[in-house]
Design a protein around this ligand. Structure first.
Ligand code: AMP
Length: 552
């Protein structure tokens, strides 16, 4: 017997999982709930509902149609939250531009995503001015301005955000369309080669929201609920701030958007607004705990998810000493992003602090609906013994179905019907994953990627260099920093020093080709570089050698 589809009454409404359906109830049920933007603005959920209508209809008046792409270049703000809803609800695609990429990479992403309108904060005008001539035509620019003064700019600004909203309709009626409609897109540099676009549908974002909600529901360790006050500290341009603004809005909690990340200001907001729930990369937590201001702030009600890189035990301990409920999450741009949370199981709540720290610093348990496997090269499952490593592969309803306009890399990502994370991990008897290594040849520093291959190419362009290899080595502040090993040409050995190679790279950073944190702090001149049997740079051996040295 074959499976039978359900019968549908002709008048029955086939409810699509659309982002607009996340917004309706919180706006009605918590109209007075607050949304704060740093020191600039306080508004309510009622305002959010109205402004989302105004923004969508304002954009429609500018000519934005379903299927068009609207890009945003802003700090984390109430405006960004409005875009998270209004742009996809219109049937358009929201492109969250990573403003930390080099100007050349930003240009590439804007053209590749085929942005039709770009909403740009005054502070990022110089980036666009520098690349304006090479942005492909038919772009309109909308200014996001906190200064109250019109900036002098060579860019042809169509209108200003608040003026656009003033022309819009607060009661705009959002259409229905298929739930598989593309809602968002953004670019990852966490792979080798050019930035790659990932994309998510309405259904995927709704499913992600509900699965995360299910994982954090209730009270107690690692939970997020209606009484919480939410402050995101992972940028909204990066995987929709891990999708948690959608979760927070669905819950109807007070939300605080911090603008640019300045540790003292973040701590002031945590204190002033009674923030209880956040998420950030380890480097940010480290900066907050190192700020002298931390001694003036009570963090004992603060829950914080750490992701993007492993949570170092020493940092977790430091946070726990201040009463912070700190725990790890894991995911990637390609996975929307949440795959796991390292929450304690009920029977672990009675464990002593040291054993609990072990769990908080694991990579975590898959959230509902995620199928996560650790496999060998033939895709066989490896034992859940906490020590047999393999690649992490996943399935979930919200994984990018490919890279934008890039079928070849999409197929590689999805080979065998599972999304390949490029991470190596082990699963223990309790089902917790722990990431132990990485297959991809990239370095994560302060939450941002640097491509080793790109750095090697640039170093090899130096006329005195014969060979180069770049690896990431552990760094207490940034997680990892690039280390360059260089073999000089014989006749050049006496004439070139470390500073010359760094200056050579800084020049590429000044030209916008390399991000400024891509310049290695250390360049080591060596006689030879370890290679594999087939003559490739043996990054595993190099990392092993220099990890040990950096620990010594
Ligand atoms: P991105 O696409 O920039 O969000 O980076 C995703 C990658 O960051 C993953 O594939 C991992 O390599 C790394 N990553 C994210 N979260 C963790 C974590 N909790 N522990 C270790 N590595 C992580």
């Amino acid at each position: 017997m074959s499976a039978k589809p359900i019968d549908r009454t002709p008048s029955a409404y086939a409810y699509p999982l659309l982002i607009k359906n996340l917004l309706r109830n919180p706006v009605r049920q918590f109209p007075e709930q607050e949304i704060v933007y740093g020191d600039f603005k306080r508004q309510t959920y009622r305002d959010l509902g109205e402004r989302v209508g105004r923004l969508a209809s304002g954009l429609a008046k500018l000519g934005v149609k379903p299927g068009d792409t609207v890009a945003v270049m802003d700090w984390d703000s109430h405006r960004y939250l409005e875009c998270f809803f209004a742009v996809p609800m219109l049937g358009a695609v929201l492109h969250t531009v990573n403003i930390r990429l080099s100007p050349e990479q930003i240009l590439y992403t804007i053209n590749h995503a085929e942005d039709d309108v770009i909403l740009v904060n005054t502070e990022f005008l110089p980036i666009l001015e520098a690349i304006r001539d090479r942005i492909e035509p038919v772009k309109q620019f909308v200014l996001l301005n906190d200064t109250g003064q019109a900036p002098a700019t060579a860019l042809d600004i169509t209108t200003e955000y608040e003026a656009l909203l003033a022309t819009g309709d607060p009661d705009y009626r959002f259409p229905d369309f298929p739930e598989d409609t593309r809602a968002t897109t953004f670019y990852t540099t966490g792979t080798t080669g050019l930035p790659k676009g990932v994309y998510f549908s309405h259904r995927q974002l709704v499913m992600h929201t509900f699965s995360v909600l299910a994982a954090v529901a209730g009270t107690g360790q690692g939970r997020f609920n209606r009484e919480d006050v939410y402050l995101p500290i992972t940028p909204m341009f990066h995987v929709h701030a891990w999708g948690i603004p959608y979760v927070a809005t669905t819950l109807g909690v007070k939300q605080v958007y911090p603008g640019r990340y300045v540790p003292e200001h973040l701590l002031t907001l945590i204190q002033r607004e009674n923030v209880t729930f956040s998420h950030c990369v380890p480097t940010i937590l480290q900066m907050l705990l190192a700020s002298p201001k931390v001694n003036e702030v009570d963090l004992s009600r603060w829950k914080v998810i750490i992701g993007g890189s492993a949570l170092p035990r020493a940092l977790a301990k430091q946070a726990r000493d201040r009463g912070v409920d700190v725990f790890t999450a894991y995911g990637m741009s390609e996975t929307c992003p949440i795959l796991t949370f390292a929450q304690l199981k009920p029977h672990m709540l009675g464990w002593d602090e040291e054993r609990q720290l072990d769990i908080r610093c694991k990579t975590g348990l898959p959230v509902p609906l995620v199928e996560l496997r650790v496999v060998d090269e033939e895709m066989n499952d490896l034992p859940h013994d906490g020590k047999t490593p393999g690649e992490v592969v996943v399935r979930a309803p919200w994984l990018t179905q490919g890279y934008l306009k890039d079928p070849r890399n999409s197929e590689t990502l999805w080979r065998g019907g599972y999304l390949h994370t490029g991470d190596i991990g082990v699963i223990d008897e309790e089902g917790y994953l722990k990431i132990t290594d990485r297959l991809k040849d990239v370095i994560k520093t302060g939450g941002e990627w640097v491509s080793s291959l790109e750095l090697e190419d640039l170093i090899l362009k130096h006329p005195a260099v014969a060979e180069a290899a770049v690896v990431g080595i552990p760094d207490p502040k940034w997680g990892e920093r690039p280390l360059a090993l260089v073999v000089l040409k014989h006749d050049q050995a006496d004439q070139i020093n470390e500073a010359a190679i760094r200056d050579w790279l800084k020049d590429f950073a000044d030209k916008g080709i390399l991000s400024k944190w891509g310049v290695p702090d250390q360049v080591l001149f060596v006689e030879s570089i370890p290679k594999t049997s087939v003559g490739k740079l043996d990054k595993k051996v190099i990392r092993g050698q220099y990890d040990e040295k950096s620990k010594a």
